[in-house]
Design a protein around this ligand. Structure first.
Ligand SMILES: [Zn+2]
Ligand SMILES: [Zn+2]
Ligand SMILES: [Zn+2]
Ligand SMILES: [Zn+2]
Ligand SMILES: [Zn+2]
Ligand SMILES: [Zn+2]
Ligand SMILES: [Zn+2]
Length: 393
């Protein structure tokens, strides 16, 4: 038997005297008492045994007990099991890195650590299917959508496409109402008002309307006239702009409007026209015999936009009555956009206010900015006084 003594025994013969020396009282007790196995608490009398630092074990006890992969000591009662059914001392487990995928302790070998601090066994990371949003391994709870898989939290937290509900990654489109949708839908027919690519209705002149725009769209003359009266009153009440003139309102389609505006601006939605007939009689001079104010406006505009256009065109009517004739286009349009903007603001119509701020036609957008800046600098009353007598900003 003695010849078969393990290497552990050899190690012990070297270290035990040193340990006994160092341990003082304990060492003395140990020296007098017989050696006791730290696993089974029975004395070690004969046969092979193992010693590890201060602990001694029967070789058989040692071999039959799982050892902690972290500290190497046998694991007895106070232990934790990881996802791979390996046992660890509770205190060792606390300090260990655990693979976010298999819940196994990462005791050695290469591993992957993500920015968020998650760790994975190298092989676990490589072989796992990844979340289509964050590109990290999926755990057992994931969402399957249109053939792509996502972490539940990634899927919930992400902005979704208004059309197909897929999470939006990278570039995507936003319409006027801030509905968002995937790039891939964008080639479809668009709403002529808000650019949303799912349309509900096609109107006679070829324009498309989405459901939302269509619900609020104005098509009837009576409603349009009622709105004209309202906006006219509001401009007087809110901004002190009085327009004491009968105004004819014409609901027109896109082709008529293009004809009236001579196709000047394709995104135009309304037009103010003053028709004056002057008769000149020799010796008496000229006399205005007819002075008509007309507003042409596209039908099918959602009410908020319809009101915004009315406010703009009514401002031109006010200008015709109260301002200098030769005003620059910038001053005219900037003021009309500003009045429309202030009107919308008083109604809380944020969406249509944004449309004015971001108008795609430079003249309108930039002249609005100038007008608004001047308005803020001079204050309300002074601004309209200045406008009446100015030719340009
Ligand atoms: Zn034992
Ligand atoms: Zn341990
Ligand atoms: Zn793992
Ligand atoms: Zn994810
Ligand atoms: Zn989509
Ligand atoms: Zn729309
Ligand atoms: Zn205008």
């Amino acid at each position: 038997m003695k010849a078969k003594r393990s290497r552990y025994h050899k190690k012990m013969t070297l270290f035990l005297p040193l340990l006994l020396l160092l341990l003082g009282v304990v060492a003395e007790l140990k020296a007098t008492a017989e050696m006791v196995c730290s696993i089974c608490d029975e004395p070690i009398t004969q046969g092979q045994y193992v010693t590890l630092e201060e602990q001694v074990y029967h070789k058989t006890c040692y071999d039959d007990t799982p050892r902690c992969k972290i500290c190497g000591f046998p694991v007895l009662d106070d232990y934790k099991e990881d996802g791979l059914h390996q046992k660890f001392h509770s205190h060792c487990y606390k300090k260990a890195s655990v693979c976010a995928l298999c819940d196994g302790v990462i005791s050695s070998g290469p591993y992957v650590k993500t920015e968020s601090g998650k760790v994975y066994h190298n092989h676990c990371f490589k072989s796992s299917s990844k979340c289509a949003l964050c590109d990290l391994p999926l755990d057992s709870f994931y969402v399957n959508h249109n053939g792509k898989r996502y972490h539940e939290h990634c899927f919930q937290a992400n902005v979704k496409c208004d059309i197909c509900q897929a999470p939006l990654i990278g570039e995507y489109f936003i319409d006027l109402y801030e509905r968002k949708f995937c790039k891939k839908h964008a080639h479809r027919k668009q709403c002529s008002i808000c650019k949303f690519p799912r349309v509900k209705r096609k109107i006679n002149d070829g324009r498309y309307l989405c459901k939302k725009c269509n619900q609020a769209a104005i098509f009837h003359k009576n409603i349009a006239l009622h709105l004209l009266g309202q906006v006219k009153k509001d401009l007087q009440k809110l901004l002190g702009l009085s327009i004491n003139q009968r105004i004819q309102l014409h609901l027109v389609d896109i082709n008529e409007l293009k004809r009236i505006t001579a196709g000047r601006n394709t995104s135009m939605q309304g037009k103010f026209v003053r028709e004056t007939k002057i008769i000149t009689v020799k010796g008496i001079g000229s006399e205005i015999v007819e002075d008509k104010f007309k507003i042409y406006i596209l039908y099918g505009l959602p009410e908020g936009l319809f009101r915004a256009v009315l406010a703009h065109e009514l401002t031109h009517a006010w200008q015709a009555l109260h301002c200098r004739e030769a005003q620059s286009e910038e001053l005219k349009e900037g003021t009309a956009e500003l009045v429309s903007y202030l009107y919308l603001k008083s109604k809380g119509e944020v969406i249509w206010m944004k449309r004015i701020e971001n108008n795609e036609v430079d003249l309108y957008r930039e002249s609005f900015k100038r007008a608004y800046q001047t308005y803020k600098e001079t204050g309300h009353d002074r601004f309209f006084k200045i406008i009446k007598s100015s030719y340009s900003f």
